[in-house]
Ligand binder design. Sequence first.
Ligand code: PNW
Length: 443
Amino acid sequence: MPRFPADFLWGTATAAYQIEGAVDEDGRGRSTWDTFCAEPGRVRDGHTGEVACDHYHRYREDVAIMAELGLNAYRFSVSWPRVQPGGTGTPNAKGLDFYDRLVDELAAHGITPFLTLHHWDLPQELEDAGGWLVRDTAYRFADYAQLVHARLGDRVAHWTTLNEPFVQMAFGYALGVHAPGKALLMDALPAAHHLLLAHGLGTAALRAAGASRILLTNNHTPVRPASADPADIAAADAYDALHNRLFLDPVFEGRYPDLTAYGVSEVPGVADGDLGLISAPLDGFGVNYYNPTRIAAPEGPDAALPFTDAGITGVPRTGFDWPVVPEGLTDLLVDLNTRYDLPPVYITENGCSYPDPDPGPSDTGVPDPERIAYLDSHIRAVAAARAAGVDVRGYLVWSLLDNFEWAEGYHQRFGLVHVDFATGKRTPKASAHWYRDLVAAMR
Ligand code: PNW
């Protein structure tokens, strides 16, 4: 394994709804994910985040595990409805108290917190008022950012506004496979702009409050055309515009990409000044990477979208059937660094899931050789990008714990640490021990 600097950040990442549980405790409001989980047929086997990993009660044990693994960074998200139940107005002190205790516990173990303000669990009352399809939600987000910063800004340095606005728009509003379950196809585009505007307004609010390390986290995929056929190349370009450039060009260049392949001449709802807010300088950029995408021309002249997913063949696959292509991470980082003037980069998520049957703890521990191979190859891919000049400063495994994997419920396990969901018992997997040894060797 190539060497990383001694101050490189090594850690794990989680998100509030996926691990906390305690959905009705201490004045928490409802989120779109509570609603979505309660609708029959939305989440596999009717699983919900009601209990999840019970991290709300077991956070001390979870921080102790991170400390035992020698990790020096932890990315988590704040549940907006826990700290501001209806998404507006007076904060819920008990909700803020939880994050206060968590941040103190991390500090006591020398673990740098990376706080994400919004990882998809929008207060239901804001969704009822139009959610990310309406502009007002972006202003509500800026108020929320300010109130969380007022409580935690003295101890949290790294502030991430949003997690993966592409997935929130595409899965939540265009395809309807995530909360709030709307299948609007390209009519979901206002959600992209309002999410980006929330990022911009949130950044301005955090900056005014004195924050000095502000990030955005996107998930990106390097897009490969299925062949050298110009039709496939055009389709790949269209897909790249939607998945990658729609959330990059406004942030780093202050303009929207060309979306004419979608019959869209202009992103709707953009007001004077919006792009200036959205493109305000950032102090870091979070990249979530899982796999590349191979794109071909659409199947017929009447296809709903100007591309089709051609699939990647001949490589191993994770439990989600996602192809394992570590060099895609090097390609992605080098390409982003070439196309944009990036601030320091953090890999804010990377990892893999394995599905049922759950290997579970046995006398020999929890063996997960595929995850070790996945992490090893992807960390090498980060080293290769660094060697090519990309300023990557941290790597956070998705995820610390097996957790509520959205529409798949508890059927996909991403954790370095096994969770028995009947009892809450945590057991570090072989990959956790492997990661501990890797991190120790870099110090
Ligand atoms: C991310 N895709 O979601 C999220 O940030 C996590 O909350 C989630 O648990 C993790 O990845 C694993 O799914 C993604 O299809 C969902 O491109 C879908 C995609 C990418 C990321």
